[in-house]
Design a protein around this ligand. Sequence first.
Ligand code: FDA
Length: 303
Amino acid sequence: MLAAAGSPALRAGVERVPLTRSVVRRFVPGDDLAAALGAVRTLGESGLTVSLDHLGEDTTSAADASATVDSYRALLAALSEAGLTAAAEVSVKLTALGLSLPDGRRRALDNARLVAAAARAAGTAVTVDMEDHTVTDAILETVLELRQDFPDTAAVLQAYLRRTAADCRVFAGPGSRVRLCKGAYDEPADVAFSTRGDVDRSYVECLGILMAGQGRPLVATHDPRLIAIADALAVRNGRVPADWEYQLLYGVRPAEQRRLVEHGFAVRVYLPYGDQWWGYLMRRLAERPANMAFFLRALATRG
Ligand code: FDA
């Protein structure tokens, strides 16, 4: 699945099958702004906040990177106009903002500043998603530069990387928003833990560092054991629900999302929208064999 995420031929084949859409809709509520705003409102009725991702990654031209900035500006303006920015922030991928282009570092930073400025004008903030390990340093350094002007910019750290406990110590300072996830890319064994047990142990160690720190941990997982451990670590560190939050993906364990809200926790749903859903969908299918079966069944039924 993770290899398929990078295959243009497979992508073209699957996109030609219209019913693929119904599978996509489980994880991506729609292609356009109206669908995204509708989902924000619906989730808001259950007390859920959101982080919106305008889908796209690995942009190969400066014009596409600028178009991504324009999409985020339009999104933030629409959220503001609809009075939804108290409950909604945005997540951006630096490769969608041009990080892989020849002058990528400078371009991605400049474009990220434009998105962060639009977020501030709308009364909200940005999270910079984490991508594969070849760009970890570039992304974290860019977040630190962005934070000079936009201190509420959140970083994302992946527990499967062997380096991440050390990164958590760097990012656990006052006011620092840090999303901790397991990690979704196919990484070599010298940079990432490969067994579930090792990844989970690393997640708990990293969470311990963030909860004991002075920042705002954003606990991104659907794993029931880790969800329970986060609550216990928060209590042990004297944190109240306003000091940290759970984050889950749109369409994954929706009943758990509502249960956590009902128990008084702050819960944010990662909400992707747009027509560039291929890479995102492949990562979600790779996470769970049952999702893959669901996807293949939908394709077979159509065929
Ligand atoms: P795990 O995969 O062990 O799943 C635990 C349980 O959750 C499963 O048994 C199943 O019940 C359920 N579950 C998990 N994934 C599911 C799915 N796709 N469909 C249905 N059920 C599922 N990664 C990254 O590299 N960079 C990033 O920036 C982000 N950002 C991010 C934001 C948010 C809010 C979340 C929740 C996740 C991310 N991720 C991410 C993805 C993350 O790294 C990881 O791949 C997934 O969250 C799956 O890991 P879990 O912690 O959920 O555990």
